[in-house]
Design a protein around this ligand. Structure first.
Ligand code: NAD
Length: 264
């Protein structure tokens, strides 16, 4: 079993939501954190909360879609703390819409998801994760670090209407742990650096709370535990995945029993 105490977590999207909860969990358990987000204003409040918990915190402004920002993030973690043990690329967005929407009157297509709307989600949720993980993995290998790369997929990876961009990006997150684990196995690294993904259902963060209340009520009627997942519950799962070295290469769902899949 790995110990969180003294370990270093690099967390993107660490300025809020689930990323910030993972950072809190890490410092509460004696770990150190490097949190990254798109703007310093998102990081300042997070840093204050983490310091209040007695944590050692470094903040890095990082747009995960930019190669050089991810390199700076990984370099900063090594320069400041000498190691990286958890990589949690949790920066992510949604931009929902139907691929093609039809008019109720004519039955003809009157709206399409734009290329920008599709690409914005893929750039952050997929390409951004690739860049963060690649840069951090390079430093982990070259600095003899031990630990876990923990991606975030979603129950949306199984296919949610109105989310062709998001669902596609999250389906990619469920295959990456297998690819990375297999590549590390070939190079004799897989016992030192593991890779998994968590796949949450509906978590009570800004991303979900800004949804239309009727849509949210409909969703909750499909959740047997009758409520949103708490961000702390996802953070606790990430902590367990880190500690337990038997867990590798797979996707771990956390959704309160959600009845899965789109029903049209
Ligand atoms: N909330 C849910 O129900 C839920 C469910 C399943 C998966 N997830 C996933 O968990 C992750 C975190 O979601 P959340 O609910 O905490 O969202 P959130 O919106 O609360 O936090 C996401 C963070 O990512 C940051 N971010 C956005 N674009 C960025 C960029 N280009 N570079 C750096 N940072 C950027 C935002 O500023 C924000 O702080 C996402 O990948 C999301 O898809 C969330």
């Amino acid at each position: 079993m790995l110990e969180i105490k003294g370990s270093v977590a690099v967390i993107t999207g660490g300025g809020g939501g689930i990323g910030l909860e993972i950072a809190k969990y890490w410092v509460k358990n004696g770990g150190k954190v490097v949190i990254a987000d798109i703007a310093q204003s998102f990081l300042d409040g997070a840093e204050a909360q983490l310091k209040e918990l007695g944590g050692e915190v470094v903040t890095v402004v990082c747009d995960v879609t930019k190669e050089e920002d991810n390199a700076l993030l990984a370099d900063t973690a090594i320069e400041r703390f000498g190691q990286i043990n958890l990589v949690a690329p949790f920066a992510g967005i949604i931009k929902d819409g139907m691929m093609v929407a039809t008019s109720k009157e004519t039955g003809k297509v009157n709206r399409k998801m734009s290329l920008d709307q599709f690409k914005a989600v893929i750039d952050i949720n997929l390409t951004g994760v690739f860049l963060t993980v690649r840069e951090c993995a390079e430093r982990m290998i070259n600095n003899n670090c031990k630990g876990l790369i923990c991606l975030v997929s979603s129950t949306g990876s199984l296919g949610t209407a109105g989310q062709i961009n998001y669902s596609s990006s999250k389906a990619a997150m469920s295959v990456m742990p297998k690819v990375i684990t297999a590549e590390f196995l070939r190079r004799g690294l897989s016992s030192r650096i593991r890779c998994v993904a968590v796949a949450p259902g509906y978590v009570g963060t800004a991303m979900v709370k800004k949804m239309d209340q009727n849509a949210l009520d409909k969703i909750l009627s499909d959740v047997p535990i009758g409520r949103l997942i708490e961000p702390e519950e996802v953070a606790s799962l990430v902590g367990e995945l880190y500690r337990n070295e038997a867990l590798a290469g797979d996707v771990f769902f956390i959704h309160g029993g959600l009845r899965l899949g789109s029903r049209g």
